[in-house]
Design a protein around this ligand. Structure first.
Ligand code: DC
Length: 228
């Protein structure tokens, strides 16, 4: 049972803006911020670099258990992952790591490992944690649960714009079908799939900018605090 401090859980599909909104929110309320996808990505990165069989639950779980995980609070209380002394950075965002992450995130003992760590990190509260199963599984008693949603077309459009802004090539059709595929994997996963249960505050961000989404979440936060 948690002793103090709120947990704000943000779940939702790929490319909906959970990380950027979550970070903005954490900064606004002076909470820690953890993107749990980065934990799965870090493990996938290590499994790939060791040439592990990504479908082999025992092998991948052993890598997770034998690794040294450090979680350090960085600038604006954003939690950074240090795996075996190596700071996890943009290397986690490559296509190959993304694909490997989808495979290892299906494994039940990997999910248990990650969830236990996430509960330890969030135990003291005062944290915004984003992922796919934070409000449904990791912290079912989170005080505020947000489900961010947006149509796959809108999420693909945002990703294309982001890549173009970074000066990278972007193909809408390719990105759109990758998003649809990722949605299916997240929703159909056997263990802790992405679900939109009724205790979530669902925010459809399709026609909203980041500031408008943040404003809606801050209102929920203030409403919650005012009745406590
Ligand atoms: O949010 P992201 O794109 O960084 O997530 C990377 C992968 O990890 C994606 O395949 C979904 C998975 N994931 C998960 O299964 N559960 C979480 N709590 C967070 C991410």
């Amino acid at each position: 049972m948690r002793k103090k401090g709120l947990v704000i859980a943000i779940d939702g599909p790929a490319g909906v803006g959970k990380s950027s909104i979550g970070e903005m929110l954490a900064r606004a309320v002076d909470y820690k911020f953890l993107s749990t996808g980065q934990m799965y990505r870090a493990l996938a990165w290590k499994a790939l670099s060791l040439g592990a069989d990504l479908e082999n639950e025992e092998q991948v779980t052993a890598i997770a258990l034998k690794s040294h995980w450090d979680f350090v609070s960085g600038e604006f209380k954003v939690i950074k992952i240090i795996l075996d002394g190596v700071a996890m950075d943009s290397r986690l965002n490559s296509e190959s790591v993304g694909r490997a992450t989808s495979s290892i995130a299906r494994l039940s003992s990997v999910r248990k490992f990650m969830c236990d760590k996430q509960r330890e990190i969030g135990e003291a509260g005062e944290i915004v944690m984003e992922g796919r199963d934070i409000g449904s599984n990791v912290f079912p008693d989170a005080e505020i649960k947000i489900y961010l949603d947006a149509s796959p077309q809108e999420r693909a459009k945002r990703r294309v714009n982001q890549l173009l802004e970074e000066g990278k090539a972007a193909d809408y059709e390719e990105i759109f079908s990758a998003i649809v595929k990722r949605d299916k994997q997240d929703a159909e996963r056997k263990y802790n799939p992405l679900t939109k249960s009724k205790d979530y505050n669902v925010i459809d961000t399709t026609d909203l900018n980041k500031e408008q989404v943040l404003e809606k979440i801050l209102k929920l936060y203030k409403d919650y605090c005012s009745v406590q």
